[in-house]
Design a protein. Structure first.
Length: 381
């Protein structure tokens, strides 16, 4: 086994109403911030809970919420505005897009080269700005890593920017911030995050530590989605999901994302289709693919979640896991096939090619190329 190395970089703050105390938490980081915000949070009033906390501490900040277009185009604007305003840090509020743009802004803020040099493979070396991430979703596969997924506006393809270590100073999970999500969105996101924990458990990069965290994440998901087996667990569902999402994100950071997450990110980059929906559709097919050579690990998770019986064989338990995910998709009235997303196989073939070019493909449960990935897509189409 390769040597295990793990360094805890950001502080993690998880709990109800923690967002309302963020001003107190970050006042030692700086006094002038750019807040990169998902615009829907401004419309719903959710962001006001956070900005009020900043106002209470008399922190100087301005809000950037123009997140339409390719990530690299948005990044160009945030770098220009941040440098002109001489900001001392960045606060990201939202899901994947604002978090990725904010992390890249901090990474490249003090660099002198063009941002596309870094998207094309150059590594930033200048001192980064400090970053605070406030998640309004229950997960982010990259928030605890030094990798930043960005959509290159020149080609609408996914790129992975390798950043400096230790950019993020605080990651905050507040279950109350998920209140703007519809029940349908929450179901989709929960299944996507369950997939993330499963993928990290099955990855070639998995280790004893990531496995331990993934197992606990799935246990919490089972309690949140199906209820606790005993009355001793009284934690609200939304808090259980945030706890499970935090652990799934940590597990992915110490292991890797898998087939469904990788493909969904590449499809989203090209065609702006929801990552959660695509991941959810691909999830049971990815389980069936992995069951051909990792049935024992899938069976362990299936029995831990209570979707398979202890007397079932590994193959039977793995099949039960995939079928359980399909039942959850049907119960939530979510799309079950990729063709329901109004996208053609020809378009999906391009996304599979994009996925095959990324280094993440080397950490999938087995060696796969673009043709293998497209084969899975065809099965799920």
């Amino acid at each position: 086994m390769a040597d295990f190395s793990f360094k805890v970089s950001p502080n993690i703050l998880l709990g109800s109403y923690t967002a309302s105390r963020v001003g107190q938490t970050i006042s030692n980081i700086g006094s002038k911030f750019m807040v990169i915000l998902d615009p829907i949070l401004r419309e719903s009033g959710t962001s006001k809970k956070i900005t009020d906390a900043l106002d209470d501490k008399k922190l100087d900040y301005f809000i950037f919420d123009e997140l339409s277009g390719g990530d690299s185009e948005i990044l160009g604007r945030t770098l220009k505005l941040g440098r002109e305003a001489h900001i001392q840090g960045v606060i990201a509020i939202g899901g994947g897009k604002p978090l990725s743009v904010a992390r890249a802004t901090c990474a490249l803020f003090n660099e002198t080269h063009d941002l596309y040099d870094f998207l094309d493979g150059e590594s930033p070396k200048a001192t980064p700005l400090p970053l605070v991430c406030i998640l309004t979703t229950i997960r982010d596969a990259f928030v605890f890593t030094d990798s930043i997924p960005l959509v290159d506006a020149r080609s609408s393809t996914l790129k992975i920017l390798k950043s400096q270590a230790g950019i993020c100073k605080l990651v905050l999970f507040d279950p109350n911030l998920t209140s703007t999500l519809t029940e349908n969105q929450m179901d989709s996101m929960a299944l996507e995050t369950l997939c993330l924990a499963t993928e990290s458990y099955l990855s070639q990069k998995s280790n004893f530590f990531s496995d331990m965290i993934a197992e606990k994440s799935l246990e919490l998901f089972a309690q949140a989605l199906d209820g606790a087996q005993t009355l001793t667990v009284t934690t609200p569902r939304e808090e259980l999901l945030s706890q499970a999402g935090c652990l799934a994100s940590l597990s992915a950071a110490t292991s890797s994302i898998g087939i469904a997450s990788l493909l969904s990110m590449c499809i989203n980059a090209r065609y702006k289709i929801s990552r959660s929906l695509v991941t959810t559709i691909l999830f049971p097919y990815a389980i069936e693919e992995c069951a051909k050579f990792k049935a024992d690990k899938i069976a362990f998770l299936a029995k831990k979640m209570g979707v398979a019986q202890s007397e079932q064989t590994d193959e039977e338990a793995a099949h039960a896991f995939a079928e359980n995910i399909r039942q959850r998709i049907a119960k939530a009235n979510l799309p079950a096939r990729l063709k329901e997303l109004s996208i053609s196989l020809e378009q999906l073939a391009l996304a599979a090619e994009d996925a095959g070019q990324l280094d993440i493909v080397n950490t999938l449960p087995r060696s796969m190329n673009s043709d293998d990935l497209f084969g899975l897509i065809k099965t799920a189409y």
